[in-house]
Design a protein around this ligand. Structure first.
Ligand code: PS7
Ligand code: MN
Ligand code: MN
Ligand code: MN
Ligand code: MN
Ligand code: MN
Length: 353
């Protein structure tokens, strides 16, 4: 952190580094290791999106309030002195918005080429979030019907993050400008991470009335509502739905490996590779694991540390992906309707190496 460009000499930036530690379990370490002005830039990018997501996630904010808040967030983000104390008391990152004027101050200090990218992504994401939040508030228990709609929601909340990161890598000169021609791959990185999060957070999301699993994947097993998957005691069918969600997330694994192979800067590579490996480990942990429907399961600290140590180059990361693909394949059951698709998907990861 005590780098010439880290902003350690300013109290506002020091507070932002504290907010990063407070709001992110997995990203803080890899962000701090980024080279040159990227560390501070990505820290601010993270805090802006974390602030936006803290409004999206808060189900205690009424739709009439939430809609204009979300849609104006890119303007609030550059308005000196702006902050927000309207989050419910239980919202985990509410303090970030209470002191958001500190983030605003640092956004306005960013190099213009970075600031314009961050605000552009913020504006696109808030529109997507607001549209889905409105649909959820007005239709009740389910808002994603098809896998295509699910892909689009994940594009808004995570694919766009990957797009913005890629444009920032290009603008920094630390990655090739032609990386920006690979936005489809950047989108896939985001979708792999977001879908893993949506699978793992199943119970917590349903309990807070956030229903991200597309009906197309679960309604065919006779469930009428998402909570039926843990209330009806039909563990077998719930398991096939879980494997359907996991094989859908695995569709993005090979694209993610393709993206990682294009990176040249070591600090950028580690930043992108570590969350991707964590996602693969999390998918393997969730697969065929009925515990996931009952509580929030997490990979072990030691396992995470091992992944961080091994995520140093594209070849080793591909081997990590293959290791988890094999774990998944070994747990797959022939009576699972997704069995063939799982085998094919694991085979594709195997062949990538
Ligand atoms: C700028 C590092 C590496 C090319 C705050 C990193 C919600 C999974 O859905 O709150 O609310 O439950 O558990 C991160 C692509 C984004 C996607 C996204 C910004 C990877 C706000 C991470 C992170 C692109 C939007 C989990 C997406 O949070 O989610 C920076 C490459 C933030 C990345 C949301 C989710 C993160 C997430 P939810 P959570
Ligand atoms: Mn969230
Ligand atoms: Mn969210
Ligand atoms: Mn309306
Ligand atoms: Mn989540
Ligand atoms: Mn059946």
């Amino acid at each position: 952190q005590e780098h010439p460009t880290s902003g350690w000499d300013r109290s506002s930036m020091r507070r932002c580094w504290e907010f990063l530690d407070m709001t992110s379990r997995s990203f803080a370490a890899v962000i701090k290791e980024l080279e040159g002005d990227l560390a501070r830039t990505i820290c601010i990018y993270y805090l802006v999106l974390r602030g936006l997501d803290t409004i999206e996630d808060d189900m205690t904010i009424a739709d009439e309030i939430k809609q204009p808040m979300l849609r104006a967030f890119h303007e609030k983000t550059v308005t000196p002195g702006w902050s927000f104390s309207g989050n419910g008391p239980d919202e985990k990152d509410r303090q970030l918005l209470v002191e958001y004027d500190t983030v605003v101050e640092e956004v306005n200090r960013l190099a213009p080429q970075y600031k314009v990218i961050i605000l552009d992504i913020c504006q696109k994401m808030e529109v997507g979030m607001a549209d889905y939040a409105h649909k959820a508030a007005t239709t009740g228990s389910v808002y994603l019907e098809t896998v295509a709609e699910y892909d689009l929601y994940c594009h808004y909340v995570a694919g766009l993050v990957g797009e913005g990161l890629t444009r920032i890598w290009g603008a920094s000169g630390k990655e090739s400008p032609w990386l920006c021609d690979q936005m489809e791959l950047a989108n896939s990185m985001g979708l792999l991470l977001q879908k893993t999060n949506i699978i793992r957070d199943f119970r917590e999301d349903v309990e807070q009335r956030r229903f991200f699993w597309p009906r197309e994947i679960w309604a065919k097993y006779g469930f009428e509502e998402m909570k039926d998957m843990f209330e009806k005691g039909d563990v077998e069918h719930a398991t096939w739905i879980q494997s359907g969600m996991i094989v859908d997330a695995l569709r993005h694994a090979c694209d993610s490996l393709d993206y990682l192979r294009l990176l040249k800067n070591q600090s950028v590579f580690v930043f992108c590779a570590v969350p991707a490996c964590m996602a693969m480990a999390t998918l393997a942990l969730c697969f065929m694991n009925p515990e996931m429907f009952q509580r929030n399961i997490k990979i072990r600290k030691a396992q995470a540390a091992d992944l961080i140590m091994r995520s140093t180059n594209a070849r080793d990361v591909a081997l990590i992906f293959r290791e988890y693909a094999r774990k998944i394949h070994a747990k797959a059951k022939p009576q699972d309707p997704n069995f063939l698709r799982i085998s094919v998907m694991c085979g594709k990861i195997e062949l990538w190496c």
